[in-house]
Design a protein around this ligand. Sequence first.
Ligand code: SER
Length: 323
Amino acid sequence: MKRILVTGALGQIGSELVIQLRERYGVDRVVASDVRIAPAGEAVSEGPFEYVDCTLHEQVNDAVRRYEVGTIYHLAALLSAVAEEKPHVAWQLNMGGLYQVLEVARRYGCSVFHPSSIGSFGPETPKELTPQDTLQRPTTMYGVTKVSGELLCDYYFRRFGVDARGLRFPGLISYLVPPGGGTTDYAVEIFYEAIKHRRYQCYLRSDTCLDMMYMPDAIRATIELMEADPSRLEHRNAFNITAMNFTPEQLAKAIRQEIPGFEIDYRVDPVRQAIADSWPDCLDDSAARYEWDWRPEFDLPAMTRDILTHLRPKLELQGELQV
Ligand code: SER
């Protein structure tokens, strides 16, 4: 088996994906890469690690050639809120990086995983049960790069036979590594604040409904899609997937079941609220269910219990919690 390269391996998804891929395929088979140096002692440093700036052709090419890479999980990207602050950087990284990855994949015959997002949809997209194939027209730079990335992956498959697959992730909730600058980050921060202070000030309105998923489901979905029988894949790329959808008020209620007395209040950030308002409330993921048997495992109560069970000891260990 050829090796796997993960770009953006120190990010929210990458840190957990690398661990799972190494468990599944072997530590030496998975090369983690990022534009930061892996911190010593982190799980990601236990196997091969390379500094790779994915916007530079030579660096991607070199890593793929030297490690005889057969599959690239290309995760390096800016998220929606930070992309709105730095649209030029977002275009450069999100599109420039994907282009270099696809070019190198074409040359070496690699498969590619590329995450798209609920951010690839826009205000004119149907909000309820958003279909797999529908009007997209996003109004954020993040969304523009995501929908362009979906199209570029399809193009490289049709034109050059690059096996490029992808998922439209909803907001991803995890406790290992925080997300960096997304609109859905509140659904991660809220757990830290609930444990530490029993209160949270939310930057989205109480009734803002968005699709969400717990990270173990997202990692499993990623690996299952890349292992799926290609003859069953009609879409191949940009599958809608979801596990739950909720508003901040509903999430606060679920947390209150576990932490009685937890309080939430609201101070709306107009930029992130406008982004969230342009996204769907609830995706239809039936294509993923039909074509590669996608099924989420965690609903809101199960995720809430699991994350609180794991996050509390982690914060105690880091000295962030009075015991
Ligand atoms: N979680 C992402 C964001 O908020 C959406 O894919 O930017």
